[in-house]
Ligand binder design. Structure first.
Ligand code: DGL
Length: 274
């Protein structure tokens, strides 16, 4: 029997994680929640982020999710414990997955203000490379501009130039895209950073960790994860949002390569007060 994989984010960003899950585990059904009524998360208070995470995860649990992937770094940084407590099923985080793939002592991290302020990436990297110089940069303009949809805008380029400046100064040769929205900016970041800079998407390592969990749940024989990047036909996932379904479907077209069906849901049906 296939296990339902749940993922959530504030908006479109977590679709970069969903795509990777689907490519690796094409037989696993996925349920994605974009909490678009409350995007962005990254400029909210810690208590808001934790209360929202509790509500979202409770709703996902009610939908029968059997494994949870935190497709949002901000929630991962500030509310992983909340998610674990509410989920009652295995939870895969992004931030603790990054340590396994960092092989430099000059690391930059681009993240939301809340994630950067939490120091979660710095701690995860220092756990395996105590001597690493880690430069964390808060990027408040990125998520609203990415959600707005124009990845070619002069405003986005200006913001990116400002955010990469401290990384250039620190001579970071490895840059972690510490928000699931940022992989869409990969070409722009690559252009603004020195040519050999390694851009790391923590979701790649996180998704690898999902395989053994699914295997443990009896979902697939270990090693069966056969998808590869570039699969043109990804399976359908159930996509839900708390805001406008139509604008999410329009935005998702760019990320998924097709316009998906999207359902608006009311999380208060999960019995939450937030
Ligand atoms: N994409 C999310 C993250 O990885 C949330 C960004 C936001 O809503 O500010 O942090």
């Amino acid at each position: 029997m296939s296990r339902l994989v749940g993922l959530f984010d504030s908006g479109l960003g977590g679709l970069t994680v969903l795509r990777q899950v689907q490519r690796h585990y094409p037989h696993s059904p996925c349920l994605y929640l974009g909490d678009t009524a409350r995007v962005p998360y990254g400029t909210r208070s810690v208590s808001d982020i934790r209360a929202i995470a509790a509500e979202v995860v409770r709703w996902l649990r009610q939908q029968g999710v059997e494994v949870l992937v935190m497709a949002c770094n901000t929630s991962n940084a500030l509310a992983l414990d909340v998610a674990v407590a509410e989920a009652g099923v295995p939870v895969v985080g992004l931030i603790d997955s990054v340590a396994a793939v960092i092989d430099s002592d000059h690391v930059g991290v681009l993240a939301t203000p809340a994630t950067a302020a939490s120091g979660a990436y710095r701690r995860a990297i220092h756990a395996v490379r105590p001597a690493a110089a880690v430069t964390e940069v808060a990027c408040p303009a990125f998520v609203p501009l990415i959600e707005a949809g124009d990845l070619q805008s002069a405003e986005l380029r200006r913001a990116a130039q400002e955010y990469v400046a401290p990384l250039l100064e620190a001579a970071a040769d490895t840059v972690v895209m510490g928000c699931t929205h940022y992989p869409l900016l990969r070409p722009l970041l690559q252009e603004l950073l020195p040519p050999r800079t390694r851009l790391v998407d923590p979701a790649e390592a996180a998704v690898e960790r999902l395989g053994p969990l699914l295997a443990n749940l009896g979902d697939l024989p270990e090693g069966e994860q056969v998808g590869h990047a570039g699969d043109p036909l990804l399976p359908e996932a159930r996509l839900c949002v708390t805001g406008c379904a139509t604008s999410f479907a329009d935005g998702a077209l760019r990320w998924l390569g097709r316009r998906p069906a999207v359902q608006q849901v009311d999380l208060r049906s999960a019995g939450c007060a937030f």
